[in-house]
Design a protein around this ligand. Structure first.
Ligand SMILES: *[C@@H]1O[C@H](CO)[C@@H](O)[C@H](O)[C@H]1NC(C)=O
Ligand SMILES: *[C@@H]1O[C@H](CO)[C@@H](O)[C@H](O)[C@H]1NC(C)=O
Ligand SMILES: *[C@@H]1O[C@H](CO)[C@@H](O)[C@H](O)[C@H]1NC(C)=O
Ligand SMILES: *[C@@H]1O[C@H](CO)[C@@H](O)[C@H](O)[C@H]1NC(C)=O
Length: 384
């Protein structure tokens, strides 16, 4: 092959490219241009660093989203499989799209340790936080925490807390409306961005763990099914909330009810954030007095993933006092016998096709005053 640019004809034609004087002048121009480029690049970098800096300072979020996490990264697998910060500018639509991504390649190019995502749907403070801190302590790397609080609320926790920097961008929630489902999906969408999250638990500020972390982790990670309560309630509080406008996509015999407080696998969480068709039907027709949070997921799973669902919840609650709200437990109610009876209330459940006395891993509803007695017995009864 002919070597490129070697012995090329430029040098052979001094007429066209007169030597010395022109060369000197062009050298000068090159120097000038280089100096200009360097100067401008400096200006651009300075400007962008400055705007980033003031944007973060201006929004005053560094207290909750530590500035150290904002160090600009180049494209890396780390930031893709586990976003280092939870703050983002995505709309729900964008978030659900990103959350729905599934790698086609079967094996991971890194050692994937499956994690449990604990998703807290709260109004504001987490009064039982200290109990959860004790529960999480020493198990870093096996769990992630996400908090959806009302917009504007800022969780005040120290840097070593499991809740530090874990608030996701939130929107207003009005209880009993579809905005509650939106918040649940927002928690799932954010948690799905971490490719190691394998199980997803929805919790409220009044929930407590009744077993220690290793037991909860093993139970969920090794489970063949998800724990989303889903049953047919023939009363006006069940079938009575079905609207015929939902047909033919959703029929009355597919309609289900269940507790909002679910636990599910990554596979099901991806499917739920990906659904627009059935979600839109609920959004349009599940009102008023319909409570989409009690029907959308139980019905959807019944329609498409019945075999993957245990149809029971792992979050204990006491409805025995009847009425529209379950019993709440405060300082006077908490003792060893009571918590022990939640850990094993005599019911036998099925776990991976085998009977077990461990039916509930979490319990609600506990008042802030229950914290002190719970911390007193957590070591002896809950083993953490
Ligand atoms: C956050 O909590 C600390 C310690 O509990 C307290 O001293 C501080 O005043 C709180 N800050 C805000 C903004 O509430
Ligand atoms: C849960 O319900 C589905 C129907 O939605 C059914 O196919 C499945 O067998 C049930 N699972 C268990 C464990 O009973
Ligand atoms: C424990 O609390 C329950 C109510 O939550 C109460 O019925 C029971 O008597 C208490 N047991 C003891 C030993 O205090
Ligand atoms: C155990 O708890 C569940 C859920 O609250 C309840 O349905 C069941 O009746 C309880 N069993 C006993 C024996 O108390």
């Amino acid at each position: 092959m002919k070597p490129l640019f070697k012995g090329a004809h430029y040098e052979e034609d001094p007429e066209q490219f007169p030597t010395t004087p022109r060369k000197d002048r062009s050298l000068g121009v090159i120097k000038l241009v280089t100096a200009l480029v360097i100067f401008m690049a400096g200006g651009v970098i300075g400007l962008s660093v400055n705007t980033h800096f003031s944007r973060y300072l201006g929004s005053q979020t560094e207290l909750f989203f530590p500035t150290t996490r904002y160090i600009e990264e180049c494209l890396s697998i780390e930031s893709y499989i586990e976003p280092k910060q939870l703050k983002h500018q995505m709309t729900d639509e964008e978030l659900f799209w990103r959350g729905s991504m599934v790698p086609k390649k079967a094996d991971f190019p890194y050692k994937r340790v499956p994690k449990v995502a604990f998703m807290f749907l709260t109004r504001g403070a987490l009064p039982l936080g200290p109990l959860w801190e004790r529960f999480f302590h020493g198990h870093e790397g096996l769990f992630t925490v996400y908090v959806h609080a009302l917009p504007g609320y800022k969780l005040n926790v120290t840097e070593n807390s499991a809740f530090y920097g874990r608030q996701i961008p939130s929107q207003d929630v009005s209880w009993g409306s579809v905005s509650l489902v939106d918040a649940e999906k927002r928690l799932m969408g954010n948690a799905l961005l971490d490719f190691s999250n394998e199980r997803f638990v929805l919790l409220s500020e009044s929930c407590i763990p009744v077993f220690n972390f290793p037991t909860v982790y093993k139970y969920l990670i090794n489970s063949e099914q998800s724990y989303v309560e889903s049953y047919d309630d023939p009363s006006h509080r069940g079938r009575g909330r079905y609207s015929r406008s939902m047909a033919p996509e959703i029929s009355l015999y597919q309609w289900r009810k269940g507790s909002e407080w679910f636990e599910m696998s990554r596979e099901l969480a991806i499917d739920i954030v990906s659904d627009s068709k059935y979600y839109s039907i609920f959004r349009r027709y599940c009102k008023p007095s319909c409570y989409p949070d009690e029907h959308y997921i139980p019905t959807y799973l019944n329609m498409f993933h019945g075999e993957l669902n245990a149809n029971r919840t792992v979050t204990w609650v006491d409805w025995s006092r009847l009425g529209p709200h379950p019993a709440q437990f405060g300082r006077a109610d908490v003792n060893e016998t009571f918590i022990q009876s939640i850990r094993n209330n005599g019911t036998i459940c099925t776990y991976n096709s085998k009977p077990t006395s461990v039916c509930f891993l979490f319990a609600r509803k506990f008042a802030p005053s229950a914290l002190e007695p719970l911390l007193k017995i957590s070591q002896t009864v809950m083993k953490f």
